[in-house]
Design a protein around this ligand. Structure first.
Ligand SMILES: Cc1ncc(COP(=O)(O)O)c(C=O)c1O
Length: 445
């Protein structure tokens, strides 16, 4: 019988050919680190609903969903209609449009903490702007970030734990970031007590890596209380959780009001777009005043060619309006519950050490650990979960699942949409059984 890698190579000859060609133009043949896979990555061609196809004609049930941007699945008819309408009347009109007001209102309707908003092109820009706003508003320079929490790739957030997650970051930039382990409120308070130059605390509210390293809700409530007491801003990075873990994001689910929220992915309905919103007095740091000193020195500058571009504004608005008016989240959540159940049943029947956890249209795979506790907010210590996340089982799992017709984000994260139905979940469970059996045979587990 062919090994997982042999089968992978056999099924994807055109991807291999493209990879060989692409390497000459783009380092490692990819344009996002997470799209790299050995022995070579797959090149996709098109998608529809929960499914997509690669250049060799292989069909997949997709659990990447545009890196989390597509809660309506691929090519939702209302999104396609919105694209077609807007593309024929202007992709960039070089001034303000009614569309950006529609977009702002659609966000505010779902997230009441957003009193005012400004638009950007990516989640990375949104977290960068949130830091600038926080620093300008408080007059302080440092930001607390939790270890393993991901906020994009600008220099401040790519600096981590005293060493760098990327080359090319100035030491002085890294020194403005304070890294703390997530979940320990005592350490946060100790830091705030001894250092009065801290502007804000940022975090992924359901936990690091899109919720794969979950946080207990009590920690978020304590964080809100302690930041308020020390006059430090709380930034919820809802680039992933926004409009996904509930229509109003993690802040609705947890009933916590951050000072600032960063949004990306779903906010623009699958187009490039992002936003920072929050308290009016903080966002108003970007407002012009009839005062040359303010405009020249104190105001927060905010340019950006593609800010609230008409395509993203129209598509983002439509997507959020659908979330507000239809049971999109409910459908995606139900699929997620079914999926976790299906995966855990297969795990039990195969007798492997593994489990699936998560909530709100996101499910995660963990290998090498037996766990029978809460599967919504899993209580396994983060160090143990990290071992699974860094294990060689994940790329093998991703290849085996691709062979079986399922694409799993990063080999551990299932990102669902309202178009994933019982049929897709059953097919996924069958593919999972095949993939895990193969992994067992090859000694990957
Ligand atoms: C929580 C979080 N914040 C920020 C970002 C950065 O967003 P973008 O990739 O649009 O720059 C991401 C991207 O995955 C993310 O997951």
């Amino acid at each position: 019988m062919a090994t997982i890698t042999e089968e992978y190579k056999k099924k994807h000859p055109t991807s291999l050919k493209l990879y060989e060609e692409a390497k000459a133009s783009m380092p490692s043949g990819v344009t996002h680190d997470v799209r790299y896979l050995t022995p070579f990555p797959i090149y996709m061609s098109h998608g529809k609903g929960p499914r997509k196809w690669d250049v060799d004609g292989n069909e997949y049930i997709g659990y990447v969903m545009g890196h989390g941007a597509l809660i309506l699945g691929h090519c939702h008819p209302e999104i396609v209609a919105e694209v077609n309408k807007q593309i024929s009347i202007g992709t960039h009109l070089g001034f303000n449009t009614k569309l950006e007001l529609r977009w702002a209102k659609a966000i505010q309707a779902l997230m009441p903490s957003i009193e005012k908003v400004r638009f950007h092109s990516s989640g990375t820009e949104a977290t960068l702007m949130a830091f600038r706003l926080a620093r300008a508003f408080t007059g302080k320079s440092k930001i607390i970030k939790f270890i393993n929490h991901f906020h994009g790739w600008h220099d401040y957030v790519a600096a981590a734990a005293g060493k760098y997650t990327s080359a090319g970051i100035p030491k002085k930039t890294a020194e403005t970031m304070i890294m703390l382990p997530a979940g320990d409120i005592g350490m946060v308070e100790k830091q705030l007590k001894k250092d009065n130059d801290i502007a804000a605390v940022i975090l992924e509210p359901t936990g690091a890596k899109g919720g794969a390293l979950p946080l207990r809700p009590e920690f978020l409530a304590q964080l809100r209380e302690v930041t308020e007491r020390y006059g430090v801003l709380l930034i919820f990075d809802e680039v992933v959780t926004g409009f996904r873990v509930s229509p109003g994001g993690a802040q609705e689910k947890l009933n916590i009001k951050p000072d600032l929220t960063t949004l990306g992915k779903i906010v623009a309905g699958g187009f490039p777009g992002a936003a920072v919103g929050g308290k009016a007095e903080i966002l108003d740091m970007t407002a012009f005043r009839n005062d040359p000193d303010w405009n020249g020195y104190s105001r927060v500058a905010h340019p950006g060619t593609y800010n609230a571009n008409p395509m993203s504004a129209a598509i983002g608005s439509r997507c959020l309006e659908l979330i507000a008016s239809e049971p999109i989240n409910k459908q995606a959540d139900e699929a997620s519950v079914l999926l976790k159940k299906g995966l855990n049943e297969v795990i039990k029947s195969l007798g492997v050490s593994a489990f699936s956890h998560g909530y709100g249209a996101l499910a995660y795979m963990v290998f090498g650990i037996d766990y029978h506790g809460d599967l919504d907010i899993c209580a396994v210590p983060h160090e143990q979960l990290l071992k699974s996340l860094n294990s060689e089982a994940l790329p093998a799992f991703r290849r085996a699942m691709l062979n079986a017709g399922v694409d799993v984000m990063g080999g551990h994260q299932f990102i669902l949409s309202s178009t994933h139905k019982k049929k897709e979940i059953e097919e996924t469970a069958d593919a999972f059984e095949k993939a895990v059996s193969q992994m067992k045979t090859e000694g990957c587990l």
